[in-house]
Design a protein around this ligand. Structure first.
Ligand code: NAD
Length: 258
């Protein structure tokens, strides 16, 4: 395993936002947002392990992050990923869950199988993975869980029944877990990105009409970029976020207040 990169002497880390040395597991670490978050934490000296579906492990490693297989819908797989982070780094400090699936369509025609698949990964998977991390972190008495929610946690778009329900569920799950684990030193938060171009949203970006409508809803007049999430994730993982729990922090160019 490569050693963490040395701190850049020209840019000493502000202790408030220091994540160096933290053991960070990034689920969905091969994805468009997960890969950028994994790299950002590694660049700041964290010891990062990516985890993703077996078919995506090679992609995560090609992006420069050590990776293991994980299926968030499988309890044993979630526990094994935590064990592996602890085995490699001696402890676990932060779970970032950037796994997810995105299926949309009018509710009247939406297939039961699509509903089940979306809830299984985005909501049940978020719970199973957070719980697996929570078991390690509460025992340890410290740590942070950060789940990728969405603007769809707060706003309702037509054709988003399953996705929006799953992401609203993530925001509320975050509030409940935050209360349960606060007395044991574990903070639980979520980040709500706006529409960002990744493999997940290719269909939107490839459709000029859909793209134009989606852009029109973002007051700051641009789509999200994966890098936009780095500040929020570092904040929530670092001493700067020490008294923040149960929140969904929207990083969305104003989408949820428009
Ligand atoms: N891209 C956006 O516009 C956007 C906006 C808001 C929220 N989000 C959320 O951010 C997260 C990351 O999205 P992204 O844009 O990087 O998507 P992505 O498709 O690029 O990445 C998602 C990753 O999740 C992994 N994954 C899927 N099912 C899994 C499972 N069962 N177990 C483990 N890993 C699994 C995929 O292999 C993939 O690497 C998702 O939760 C998504 O809902 C994305």
């Amino acid at each position: 395993m490569p050693p963490p990169p040395p701190a850049d002497p020209l840019f000493p880390t502000d202790p408030l936002f220091d994540v160096s040395g933290l053991s960070v597991l990034v689920a969905g670490g091969a994805g468009g947002l997960g890969a950028v978050l994994a790299r950002a934490f590694a660049e700041r000296g964290a010891r990062v392990l990516a985890a993703d579906l077996a078919r995506a492990v090679a992609a995560a490693e090609a992006a420069g992050t050590p990776a293991v297989a994980l299926d968030v819908t499988d309890e044993a797989s979630c526990a094994a990923a935590m064990d592996e982070a602890v085995r490699r780094h001696g402890r676990l400090d932060v779970l970032i869950n950037a796994s997810g699936v995105y299926r949309t369509g009018p509710a009247l025609e939406f297939a039961r199988a699509d509903w089940d698949a979306e809830i299984a990964v985005n909501l049940t998977g978020a719970f199973l993975l957070a719980r697996a991390a929570g078991r390690v972190l509460t025992e340890q008495g410290s740590g942070a869980v950060i789940t990728l929610a969405s603007v769809s946690s707060a706003v309702a778009n037509p054709a988003y029944a399953a996705y929006a329900a799953s992401k609203a569920g993530v925001a509320h799950l975050t509030r409940v877990l935050a209360q349960e684990w606060a007395p044991r030193g574990v903070r639980v938060n979520a980040i709500g990105p706006a529409m960002t171009e990744t493999a997940m949203t290719r269909g939107v970006f490839d459709d000029p009409g859909h793209r134009t409508r989606a852009l029109a809803r973002i007051p700051m007049g641009r789509f999200g970029r994966p890098e936009d999430l780095v500040g929020a994730a570092v904040f929530l993982a670092s001493p700067a976020g020490a008294f923040v729990t149960g929140q969904t922090l929207f990083v969305d160019g104003g989408r949820t207040v428009s």
